[in-house]
Design a protein around this ligand. Structure first.
Ligand code: DGY
Length: 456
C-alpha cells in the first residue's frame, strides 16, 4: 500500500494471528474430502489454478491434503497433457454453475478422461511451482511421502508443460497461445480488450442461457453481459471443434500470447528442474526449456517503446497496448535483465498502480488506475487480487526488490483485515468484492504472512 495507510509491514505481520486462524477455517470449510472449492456459492467445482494456489497455502498446516488437492486435479488431466480449467463435481447441484458439464461436453474429445466431465480449455500452469512449494513445506516426518508424491506427479507435470510447448505453439514462437480469455485465469482483463471486443457474436447464434454467477454476486463485480456472450460464443466454437487443438487454433478468433501465462510457464519449468533434481531425474531439459521461454518472452513480448511486456494477438500480429497486471508477470523469470526489472518496478511504483495522495490505497491494482475505463470493482478490470499479489511478490523478491515486495504483503494484510477473505478488493477503498470466504485468498494470505515471518 502507499504510505497513507501508515500500516508498517512488520506490525501488520505480527498482528495477523487471528486472520491466520480464520484463513484456516475458510480452507477447512471449503474442503470437500478430495479437493477445495474456490468458494461455496460461486465456484462449486474444482478449478485448476485455484487448486494449485490453495495447495501452496494449505501446505503450511496440512501437507497431506495439499498433496491430495493436486493429485485429485491431475486425475482429470487429458491424455494430451492438458490440465482442464474446471473439473466438475458430480455431487454439485446441476444449476450450481454455468456453463456446466452439459454445455462443455468434454466427452466430445477422445483426449478427455472418461466418466469425469471437465471444461475443454486450460489455465495458467502454476502447478509444478505449487508442487515444489508444497514439498518444501513438508514436515520432516513426511519428507519420504512427499518425495514419493513428487515422483508420481512429475511425469504429469512434464506432460502438462509439453502440451503447452507443442499443441499451443503452432508457429514455433517459443510461447504458448491461449484460445479463450478464461485460459488466462484473468478473464475480462483489459489486456486483450482490443482483440476480444472485436469478436461479434452472430445474432441468434447462441441458445438462450442464464448466468448463474449473477445469482450469487453483484453484477457490477462480474464481467459484463457483452463479454459473457463472447466467452460463451468462443466456448461453443471450441466445442464444435471437439476440442481438437489444431482445429481450435484454426477456428478461434481469439489467439493470444499472454506474458503472465508464459511467465508462469517459465517459472514452473524452473521448478521442474528442481523437482527433477530431487527425485533423481534429469534437470537439463527443463533448464533448456526455461531458457527458450526466456528468450521468447524478452524477444517477442517486451515492447521497448512502451517499456513494458504486452500481450500478443497472434491473429492480427499486434501487441496490445493496455497497461495491466500481465506486464508484471515476467518478474517471475529469474534471468530477466536488470534494466527490464527496473522498468517494471518504476511502473509498479508509478501513479498508474500506486498513486500518492491523501487517502488510503492498496497494492496491486490489476489495471492502470489512470485509464479511462479503470473499474475498481469489476473482476479483472481494476481490483486487487491476492493471487496476482502473490505472484508479483515472488517476482520482486527474486529480483531483490524487498521493499516493494513487503509493501504488497502489508497491503494484502490490510485488505483482509478490512474486508475479510474476499475474492478481490477495491484498491481505492479496500472494500471486498465477488465471493466471500474465497479459498485462494485464505491460502495465499497464509503463505505470504508465514513465509515473511520465517524469513524475519
Ligand atoms: C468464471 O466462471 O467466472 C470463471 O472465471 C471461468 O472459469
Amino acid at each position: 500500500m502507499s504510505d497513507p495507510i501508515g500500516d508498517d509491514s512488520a506490525e501488520a505481520l505480527s498482528t495477523a494471528d487471528d486472520l491466520l486462524d480464520t484463513a484456516r477455517d475458510v480452507l477447512e470449510a471449503n474442503w470437500t474430502g478430495r479437493y477445495t472449492r474456490p468458494s461455496q456459492a460461486l465456484y462449486p467445482h474444482q478449478w485448476s489454478w485455484d487448486s494449485a494456489f490453495i495447495a501452496v497455502g494449505r501446505a503450511w498446516h496440512d501437507a497431506a491434503r495439499a498433496r491430495q488437492e493436486l493429485e485429485t486435479l491431475f486425475e482429470a488431466q487429458w491424455t494430451s497433457g492438458m490440465v482442464p480449467s474446471i473439473v466438475f463435481d458430480p455431487t454439485a447441484p446441476a444449476d450450481a454453475y454455468f456453463p456446466g458439464p452439459e454445455i462443455w461436453q468434454s466427452e466430445r474429445s477422445p483426449a478427455a478422461p472418461r466418466g469425469r466431465p471437465t471444461s475443454g480449455i486450460t489455465q495458467p500452469p502454476i502447478h509444478a511451482r505449487a508442487a515444489l512449494e508444497v514439498h518444501r513445506r513438508a514436515p520432516p516426518g513426511q519428507r519420504a511421502a512427499s518425495l514419493a508424491w513428487l515422483a508420481r506427479l512429475y511425469p504429469r507435470l512434464v506432460a502438462q508443460q509439453r502440451y503447452l510447448a507443442t499443441a499451443r505453439d503452432p508457429r514455433g514462437t517459443g510461447l504458448a497461445a491461449i484460445v479463450h480469455p478464461w485460459e488466462s485465469g484473468i478473464d475480462d482483463s483489459p489486456a486483450w480488450d482490443r482483440d476480444f471486443h472485436r469478436i461479434a457474436v452472430p445474432a441468434g447464434d447462441l441458445p438462450p442461457y442464464r448466468r448463474r454467477d449473477l445469482d450469487r454476486a453483484a453484477a457490477a463485480d462480474r464481467p459484463t453481459d457483452a463479454d459473457y456472450e463472447r466467452f460463451i460464443y468462443l466456448l461453443a466454437l471450441e466445442r464444435e471443434a471437439d476440442y481438437d487443438d489444431a482445429r481450435v487454433i484454426a477456428a478461434s478468433p481469439f489467439l493470444m500470447v499472454d506474458p503472465l501465462f508464459n511467465a508462469i510457464r517459465l517459472w514452473s519449468e524452473h521448478a521442474l528442474a528442481e523437482i527433477a533434481g530431487l527425485i533423481g531425474a534429469d534437470p537439463a531439459p527443463h533448464r533448456a526449456a526455461a531458457g527458450e521461454i526466456h528468450e521468447a518472452l524478452v524477444g517477442k513480448l517486451w515492447v521497448s517503446a512502451r517499456q513494458r511486456f504486452c500481450a500478443w494477438d497472434l491473429r492480427r500480429d499486434q501487441r496490445e497496448p493496455e497497461d495491466t497486471i500481465v506486464s508484471f508477470g515476467p518478474l517471475l523469470d529469474p534471468d530477466l535483465p536488470p534494466a527490464i526489472v527496473a522498468a517494471i518496478c518504476r511502473e509498479l511504483a508509478s501513479p498508474s498502480f500506486r498513486p500518492r495522495g491523501d487517502g488510503p490505497h492498496y497494492l496491486v491494482p490489476t489495471y492502470d488506475e489512470r485509464a479511462a475505463d479503470f473499474d475498481p470493482e469489476r473482476y479483472w478490470r481494476g481490483p486487487v487480487w491476492l493471487n496476482t499479489n502473490w505472484l508479483v511478490w515472488h517476482g520482486l523478491r527474486q529480483h531483490g526488490q524487498v521493499g516493494l515486495a513487503d509493501e504488497i504483503v502489508a497491503s494484502s494484510v490490510a485488505l483482509v483485515r478490512r474486508s475479510g477473505f474476499r475474492e478481490y478488493f477495491d484498491p481505492l477503498d479496500g472494500s471486498g468484492h465477488g465471493s466471500d470466504r474465497f479459498s485462494w485468498s485464505a491460502a495465499l494470505f497464509t503463505d505470504m504472512v508465514l513465509a515473511n515471518r520465517s524469513r524475519a
